[in-house]
Design a protein around this ligand. Structure first.
Ligand code: ADP
Ligand code: MG
Length: 701
């Protein structure tokens, strides 16, 4: 990359964005395309043809040789199949071609992607379809320059096989319902309502040379063994600490590559755990933010390698220190730029805000199980409910000011809004600050933070599509109910007031401003009847309840078949991931830990014998020897137990029962096997331990 280019020159330079389009497309086509993107109008083949041609010329001028439909199958990562622009001519030469048809539709074989029963392998046809609302971009890497076209991926029969389709459908759904509400408030100007997202991405960086020596990291992305190092995160010296040179160098490269893609990487800092960091972009439309988050994760991994580092996106790479998540900041605004979750100076008078706020409260309370599922993956089972991330119970933090307003609504006496006031620090030279009306609450899974909600349960490695299509749909549903009610009212103000009162009364149980990490909250939540869904496997059924199917069908987001297929994919994904982890544990125990400990045990036995031969005291050595033998025996038993549990789980035919067996039996046996291994690590000479320790992994950059 050129050092001399300014940031503004770099930014978006690899994106087929509005400025490129306005330069390269005929005026009429540009206007048509903008209308299609802004208002969801229908894309015509004529427009696609002209856009394809301009896109091709632009890409080729920048060195592109290939194009790809870039899509997001249910694996949660992105997929691409590259095609060269080249088209041979009769005279033995070639021209560069790219048609509107090729832009609009691709046909990858769908049979090798997870479909949850929607596709049998003999019915392989699947389509990728151009999503013109997310701009095409160029990827530069060892393969050269490739034009990437964001697409949705569906089956021959039109069912969604990906993460993008339901997200796009949910954005349409919330637009329709929010517009109905805005019309009731007399807004005739707004033509589109969109949700926006700013996802904060946490990750770990470790040294590649050390990573290469750990099969668990290579096969599963997390450490399956490892005694805690003497130092962890207890000094709280890593959070916002000075960024080390090697890491800073990585961050700089990463920023530049992301800026080229029009991704507004803005904030970077060290996170709580040693070797943990965070990147936050500026928020964008949910669809684009979701695509960008996929690219952020991809580029983190790719660029770490350039610095001899490995980026771990797993939710819990190390036991004993904080894991990683994503804070999904979500809001809803009009095409005129008005944020519908902005309380303003006098929130109690802002009825439109109160309506949207109570819609979110109702949505989260009614569909807490779906939100919980949207944040579930095997890695997050290690975090949610453990004292670092939000608990597994969904609740909402609103803060003092809004809590007070809810109170007034219920009392039928809505007259005032608490103010933040001023803050002086007691040093005359330090300025007096205006205080926010509300403090923050880190322990809440779903917190109001000024003019947006921050959903904090989202797993670090997963696509943010799931949490956002669920959020969009459940809020759309609450808005629909409100609109149905209010549209038929004779007296709008009175009906609105009644609606606010009844909604707050019914759903305020979801609001909790206290410490979400405490045991008291678990008990209190149970009293309130809030679900406490502890694991991914327990969460999966919530997508196939009659309530969920009706919700998704009513808003055209998922069909019943698609709901079932997603449940099936989730069960299988869980079982497969735990299966790989268990096999890796057995492999490491048998081939690395056991042989190393046996050798070391022999050394100690020899020492005992030699000492005794000369009549010396061998008490210390004998104690160590018997300790080693005892732990080694536990390790051996642990291997046998885990192998048995694996074999039993493998035989179960029903996928839900099988996933449950992986959780209850295999996973439990894994924990048991880890115990003696971590003890042995602390007993043997460090030079004989067969792979790098936590101390080395966490503190060696
Ligand atoms: P924090 O104090 O939690 O770091 P920030 O204000 O820095 O909060 O924002 C965190 C993320 O929230 C950023 O990605 C930011 O762009 C995003 N964000 C801010 N406003 C909105 C909004 N209206 N909708 C969605 N995301 C937003
Ligand atoms: Mg945050």
């Amino acid at each position: 990359m050129s050092e001399k280019k300014s940031m503004t020159e770099i930014y978006g330079s690899n994106v087929f964005n509005n400025s490129v389009m306005s330069e390269r497309l005929p005026k009429k086509v540009y206007k048509d395309l903008k209308k299609i993107i802004a208002n969801g109008e229908i894309l015509t083949p004529e427009v696609a043809e002209v856009v394809a041609n301009a896109m091709k010329d632009w890409a080729i001028e920048r060195g592109a040789t290939h194009y790809t439909h870039w899509f997001q199958p249910m694996t949660g990562i992105t997929a691409e199949k590259h095609d060269a622009f080249i088209s041979p001519t009769d005279d033995g030469k070639a021209i560069m071609e790219f048609s509107g048809k090729e832009l609009i539709k691709g046909e990858p074989d769908a049979s090798s992607f997870p479909s949850g029963g929607i596709r049998a392998t003999f019915e392989a046809r699947g389509y990728t379809v151009w999503d013109c609302t997310s701009p095409a971009f160029l990827k530069e890497d060892a393969a050269g320059v490739t034009l990437c076209i964001p697409t949705a991926f569906c089956s021959y029969t039109g069912e969604a096989l990906d993460k993008k389709t339901p997200l796009l459908r949910s954005m349409q759904a919330i637009n329709v319902q929010a517009l109905r509400i805005l019309r009731l408030f007399g807004d005739t100007e707004t033509v589109k309502v969109t949700t926006s997202v700013g996802p904060e991405q946490e990750y770990f960086l470790i040294d590649k040379k050390l990573y290469d020596q750990r099969k668990d990291l290579i096969f599963t992305g997390r450490t399956l063994y490892g005694a805690m190092s003497p130092k962890g995160q207890e000094l709280e010296d890593h959070y916002f600490g000075i960024i080390k040179e090697r890491v800073a160098c990585f961050m700089r490269d990463l920023n530049i590559e992301l800026w080229k893609l029009g991704i507004s990487a803005k904030t970077q800092h060290n996170e709580v755990a040693p070797a943990q960091h965070e990147l936050a972009p500026i928020y964008d439309d949910t669809n684009i933010a979701t695509d960008h988050n996929q690219l952020i994760m991809e580029y983190m991994k790719k660029l770490a390698a350039h610095h001899g580092l490995v980026c771990l996106l797993h939710e819990k790479p190390f036991a004993g220190v904080n894991g990683s998540g994503k804070h999904n900041n979500w809001s809803i605004s009009t095409n005129g730029g008005s944020n519908l979750l902005e309380p303003g100076k006098e929130p109690h008078e802002n009825k439109r805000f109160l309506l949207f706020l109570t819609a979110v409260i109702k949505a989260v309370d009614e569909h807490a199980d779906l939100l919980r599922l949207s944040a579930a993956n095997p890695g997050n089972d290690h975090r949610l409910g453990a004292n670092e991330a939000p608990p597994a119970i969904i609740s909402m933090f609103l803060g003092e000011q809004l809590e007070d307003i809810l109170e007034q609504i219920v009392d039928g006496n809505l007259i005032s809004s608490k103010k933040g006031g001023k803050m002086t620090i007691g040093v005359s030279t330090l300025p007096t600050l205006k205080k926010d009306a509300t403090d923050r609450n880190r322990t809440s899974p779903f917190a109001f933070t000024g003019n947006k909600f921050e959903f904090r349960m989202v797993p670090s490695s997963a696509s943010i599509s799931g949490p956002n299509f669920v959020l969009n749909t459940i809020v759309a549903d609450a808005l629909k109910e409100f609109a149905d009610e209010l549209e038929k009212a004779d007296d709008f103000d009175k009906a609105l007031e009644e609606l606010l009162v009844s909604t707050v009364k019914k759903h305020r149980r979801i609001v909790f401003n206290g410490n979400g990490y405490s045991d008291e909250w678990v008990a209190e939540a149970e009293r309130r009847g809030l679900p406490n869904i502890k694991s991914m496997v327990d969460a999966i059924p919530s997508i196939v309840t009659p309530k969920a199917i009706k919700l998704f069908e009513d808003h055209g987001v998922l069909t019943a078949g698609e709901c079932h297929s997603r449940a099936e994919i989730s069960y299988e994904d869980y079982s497969k991931k735990i299966d790989i982890e268990a096999r890796t544990m057995i492999d490491i125990a048998l081939k690395q830990i056991k042989p190393a400990v046996i050798k070391y045990t022999k050394d100690i036995a020899d020492a005992v014998a030699s000492l005794k031969a000369v009549g010396a005291d061998a008490a210390v050595e004998e104690k160590l020897l018997s300790g080693l033998i005892a732990e080694l025996s536990k390790l051996s038993n642990g291997i046998i137990k885990l192998s048995g549990a694996l074999e039993d789980a493998g035989k179960i035919k029903d996928i839900a029962a099988q996933a449950m067996a992986y959780k209850d039996n295999v996973f439990a046996a894994m924990e048991q096997l880890r115990e003696p291994a971590d003890k042995l690590e602390m007993m043997v000479d460090e030079t004989v331990w067969p792979f790098p320790t936590y101390g080395e992994l966490l503190f060696n950059i």
